[in-house]
Design a protein around this ligand. Structure first.
Ligand code: 6R9
Length: 655
């Protein structure tokens, strides 16, 4: 990578800052003092954070990094993760507190108290034991967002088995490879799931996935949609038969702090997904610590809602483990945001008085597209903290989120982290940070992150390069399941000399030393030797009033190395009788004005939709295929595989 360039200096013309209100700051869980505490003695700081948990045996060493990059945290300590998320809250007199306000897509709902949760998890744990599932066995969970999915995860944790949750939107083939890689003994699923108002079968995918899976002994099926399903006698079991007849008493066993908790598969640069391994004590410490401080959680009064699916790490860390360890009252919603109407989320916020709302930029931009008049119909005055995760949030979306959803006063926390990091790493603290729209800003107290150049030297303020994590952290991955080599290679070989973890993200410091994430390194373009982030150009495009959404890719260019190609969705589409040329010209000028002439897209294509994965990430790889006039590659991970046809046919007939 070359030296920081002029383009980087222009990366952000965003200078607005939003300090917390005095009122918010005065009641905040975290003040600026937390940074000093952590800096004074990092390990002592983390030891103090581990006191949030209930340990059966205390640790005798906070961190053992002698076998780096394999960390051990709270060495010698023993705890039960499920006990920490459930039983201890009942024992402290909060059995009647609602843990989960569950909202089904068709409108059914359940309020599950901590006492209920304790009974349900205990029964499920007894069922696992009856089925011969014990410590370190793997259990695949392939379910929609029903309460039993959470009971199942916690039951695994309770008996020391590892869950491997596979997103319910993944195909049978994706499930099959994950079951095979993890050698799961049990698969837990449902008969079907509600999606956009209709029941859709889910179990057939499991039947296909396990057809030749030697490791799988049983498939445990929750009845959700009463869809007809095939049944393999002896292998398949109904949850309501096996779990419901169990005792609701179960004594949790304490496991080692480094006992494996779960595997979660995530895509890497090769086709084979990586099974990211997380363990118990350090992970639970960091998710609880971050959830408490980043969201300013007040367990007695807040109603929290994270809109992720448990199939992703955000669902693991910020629906299940962090929130429940902190005795949260939370909303869990089963369905899609526009079923039965585009105000569904705001209706739910109003119904439960949601005070903390955590979602992804892609959804925020979708809400923008649907229009501000939709949230305006609901009472959102209960909201007091808004969070964002999953991709860089462009300043326009950030501002819209704060203004339109947060009544112009709620702090917005842009949280950077990864499946691999287990928990939030870089984020404002809502009561202590003067927020900058579009920047995740600082590593949290106790976390070390830097922006470095190709040689691993920290870049100066104003400079850009690679994001690295320069200190081990409690929630860090403990490896890739069954592939030590790939673990070292992917994360630790790039800056092996310095011993830095390579996150795979581009980033820059602004003049104050705040960190701006620029997207994956492979999404950073190099145009005539100038490094420009796809995100930055996208952000410029969507700041234009005619643009609803934009995706930018670097397409190879014989002259400049890479050329910038933008795909945009226009608000209200292209005007009748116009070929869009006027609009495109205006946009090129707008980008030139926002960032500099160097960032002017070579080509702008007006499209009706953008290709997104089921987790909402734009698949730039496919757009790059279009931009480089190649046959479009593998579309199987798209949420809607017809999108590419729409884009291609639209391009042939028009732009
Ligand atoms: C939690 C999660 C990780 C990748 C990560 C980065 C991107 C996540 C971000 C962000 C900018 C943020 N990412 N949060 N980029 N700002 N606040 O999303 O995990 O699915 O593993 O994705 O997502 O590129 O490297 P995961």
């Amino acid at each position: 990578m070359t030296e920081p360039q002029a383009a980087l200096d222009n990366l952000s013309t965003e200078t607005r800052t939003f300090p917390p209100s005095e009122e918010f700051a005065a009641q905040a869980n975290a003040t600026a003092a937390l940074y000093e505490e952590a800096a004074a003695d990092r390990e002592a700081f983390w030891a103090q954070q581990a006191e949030r948990l209930s340990w059966d045996t205390r640790w005798d060493q906070v961190l053992d990094w002698s076998e780096a990059p394999f960390a051990k945290w709270f060495v010698g300590g023993k705890l039960n993760v499920a006990y920490n998320c459930v039983d201890r809250h009942v024992e402290s007199g909060h059995g009647d507190q609602v843990a989960i306000h569950w909202e089904g897509e068709p409108g059914d709902s359940r309020a599950i108290t901590y006492a209920d949760l304790q009974r349900e998890v205990s029964k499920a744990a007894n069922a696992l034991t009856e089925l011969g599932v014990g410590a370190e066995d793997r259990v695949a969970i392939y379910m929609p967002m029903v309460p039993e999915a959470i009971f199942a995860m916690l039951a695994c944790a309770r008996v020391g088995a590892m869950h491997s949750v596979v997103f319910g939107g993944f195909s049978a083939e994706a499930l099959r490879t994950r079951i095979e890689d993890s050698q799961a003994k049990l698969v837990i699923t449902t008969d079907g799931q509600y999606r956009r108002g209709n029941p859709a079968a889910l179990k057939p995918a499991v039947d296909e996935a396990v057809a030749n899976a030697k490791s799988v002994e049983h498939v445990l099926v929750v009845k959700r949609t009463s869809t007809d399903v095939d049944w393999a006698e002896g292998r398949d079991l109904w949850w309501h038969d096996v779990v419901d007849r169990q005792s609701d008493q179960h004594t949790p066993e304490a496991f080692d702090s480094e006992h494996p908790l779960f595997i979660l598969y995530t895509s890497g640069t090769t086709g084979k997904p990586k099974g990211i391994l997380h363990t118990s004590g350090g992970y639970l410490t960091q998710v609880a610590y971050t959830h408490h401080n980043v969201f300013d959680l007040k367990p007695d009064t807040d109603v929290y809602w994270c809109t992720a699916d448990i199939g992703w790490v955000t669902g693991h860390s910020y629906i299940v483990y962090g929130p429940l360890a902190n005795r949260v009252t939370q909303v869990v919603y089963e369905g899609t945001p526009n079923t039965p109407h585009e105000g569904r989320h705001w209706e739910i916020v109003q119904k439960y008085g949601v005070s903390i709302y955590y979602t992804a930029p892609t959804l925020i931009r979708t809400f923008m597209k649907w229009g501000a008049d939709i949230p305006a119909k609901y009472d959102l005055s209960s909201l007091r903290v808004l969070g964002s995760v999953g991709e860089p949030i462009n300043p326009e979306a950030w501002i819209w989120y704060r203004e339109t959803i947060g009544a112009g006063k709620t702090p917005v926390v842009d949280t950077w982290w990864q499946t691999e990091t287990g928990a939030i790493m870089i984020s404002p603290l809502p009561g202590a940070t003067s927020a900058k729209p579009g920047s995740a800003q600082r590593p949290l107290p106790g976390i070390g992150a830097k922006v470095v150049d190709d040689q691993g030297n920290e870049v100066p303020h104003g400079g850009g390069g690679y994001l690295v994590l320069d200190q081990p952290w409690p929630g860090m991955l403990r490896g890739i399941w069954g592939d030590e080599e790939r673990y070292r290679d992917t994360y630790w070989s790039r800056f092996s000399e310095q011993g830095y973890y390579f996150a795979g993200d581009g980033a820059k410091y602004d003049a104050d030393g705040d960190i701006w994430l620029l997207g994956r390194v492979d999404d950073v373009m190099n145009v005539s030797g100038h490094r420009i982030s796809t995100t930055e150009v996208e952000s410029a495009l969507v700041s234009h009033p005619t643009v609803a959404e934009a995706a930018v890719v670097g397409a190879s260019d014989p002259t400049t190395g890479q050329g910038i190609v933008a795909f945009v969705i226009l608000r209200g589409g292209v005007a009748e009788g116009s070929d869009g040329a006027e609009a495109i010209k205006a946009l090129r000028e707008h980008v030139a004005k926002e960032i500099g002439p160097i960032a002017k897209p070579r080509q702008i294509m007006v499209v009706p939709e953008l290709p997104k994965t089921r987790s909402g990430k734009i698949m730039r790889r496919l757009l790059r295929d279009v931009a480089e006039n190649r046959q479009v590659g593998d579309v199987t991970t798209l949420a809607d595989s017809s999108v590419m046809d729409l884009i291609s046919s639209g391009l042939k007939s028009g732009a």
